[in-house]
Ligand binder design. Structure first.
Ligand SMILES: C[S@@+](CC[C@H](N)C(=O)[O-])C[C@H]1O[C@@H](n2cnc3c(N)ncnc32)[C@H](O)[C@@H]1O
Length: 359
């Protein structure tokens, strides 16, 4: 097998990231956007020892589960990889992936229950983070292309909350109008690296974080007015400094330039404080379903002790705390534990203790 060779192959399985898998002689070929049961014409892009990578040139025999992707930039973007597959069937694929992983780890067969999906699997993310780059001296905002840091411009991402998207578009419009530069990775120059917008979907409170290569943001006062006048639900705006040559999005230093530096959200009837650096599950609709299922399966009687390991800001334990006698949360990041203690207080929970420890 050689690079650029064109072949007709049968897809015999799908891999962990949804990629199609074919066998050609002694080679296993990985082909994104191909579905089990399909016959496809492919072009070989890369050949390793016993593994090759290809791309679909033509679908010769489509799967009954193939659908038209609902996104214009789907094939180029590195964000989603299952939008060419019927959603219900993609849940089956995920179930199989979990089952295979467990079978390998446990070395025996396991029965798992069906995946509980979303009713509408669109516009669900409560945290948008768009990279901002430099295109010939002009800023460009969008998403990274697959396996690259080339920015694909995008104005309507199918998984982002629409409010967050609007605020990000406004931030970018302000940059364009005021000649504020985007970050040039190669040169380490330019100002804005990322635009991050977080929303508490139950409170509708929005936090804007602009990740900067230097804390001098021009026209800061006008920027605050521009964003908050257009979006009355923006409760806080934070500057974050990241002047390192790194793929990590956020730096450690924050400066709040509007509001209190945090927003709130609810999971079920519990209220949580979200700070710029805190981890908070990104799909709040599914989080509530997942946590409720876990509590249901735990079958708590009120006499148990819950250990919420890797607890972050304490969401899982606090969600379940009313049904148990005692809650211990353990987490390695000190600030997360501070937030967890505050979250427990916020919800009037007095049977909990949180510790900074490594699990
Ligand atoms: C994916 S987050 C989950 C947080 C929380 N359970 C939730 O669902 O919102 C994982 C957390 O584990 C923490 N963590 C990672 N390694 C750890 C370790 N060895 N010991 C304790 N906590 C750790 C991280 O700081 C992070 O807050």
């Amino acid at each position: 097998m050689v690079k650029n060779e064109e072949l007709e192959v049968n897809i015999i399985d799908n891999g962990f990231e949804g990629e199609g898998i074919a066998k050609v002689d002694e080679f296993v070929v990985f082909i994104p956007e191909a579905i089990i049961g399909e016959k496809v014409k492919i072009k070989i892009l890369k050949v390793d020892k016993n593994i090759a990578y290809g791309k679909v040139l033509e679908v010769l025999k489509p799967s009954e589960y193939r659908v038209e992707p609902d996104c214009d930039t789907y094939s180029k973007c590195g964000g989603c990889n299952l939008r060419h597959i019927d959603y219900k069937y993609s849940l089956e694929m995920k179930k199989k992936a979990v089952q295979n992983t467990l079978r390998k780890a446990l070395k025996h067969d396991v029965e798992i229950e069906n995946i509980i999906g979303m009713d509408k699997p669109c516009y669900y993310r409560n945290k948008l983070q768009f990279p901002v780059g430099d295109e010939g001296g002009k800023p460009a905002m969008g998403v990274f292309a697959k396996r690259s840091h080339r920015i694909i411009k995008i104005k309507d991402c199918k998984i982002q909350n629409k409010n967050c998207q609007k605020v990000a578009n406004d931030v970018f419009e302000f940059m364009e109008k005021n000649g504020i530069s985007g970050y040039n990775e190669e040169k380490g120059s330019g100002l804005v690296r990322h635009i991050i917008v977080r929303i508490g979907v139950k409170t509708n409170e929005i936090m804007v974080i602009i990740v900067l290569n230097s804390m001098n943001f021009p026209h800061e006062k006008e920027f605050i007015d521009f964003i908050t006048t257009r979006n009355s639900n923006v409760k806080t705006i934070v500057k974050n400094l990241n002047d390192k040559n790194t793929n990590v999005i956020l730096g450690k230093k924050n400066e709040t330039i509007f509001g209190d530096g945090y927003i709130f959200d609810y999971l079920g009837d519990k209220k949580f404080k979200i700070s710029p650096l805190s981890f908070y599950q990104v799909n709040p609709v599914q989080t509530v379903k997942l946590y409720s299922k876990a509590v249901e399966y735990a079958n708590l009687t009120g006499n148990e002790t819950i250990f919420d390991l890797y607890c972050g800001v304490g969401t899982i334990g606090i969600f379940a705390s009313n049904k148990a006698k005692k809650l211990y949360g353990i987490e390695v990041i000190e600030n997360a534990i501070k937030d967890a203690r505050e979250n427990a207080k916020l919800n009037g929970i007095d049977n909990s203790e949180f510790f900074v420890r490594k699990c």
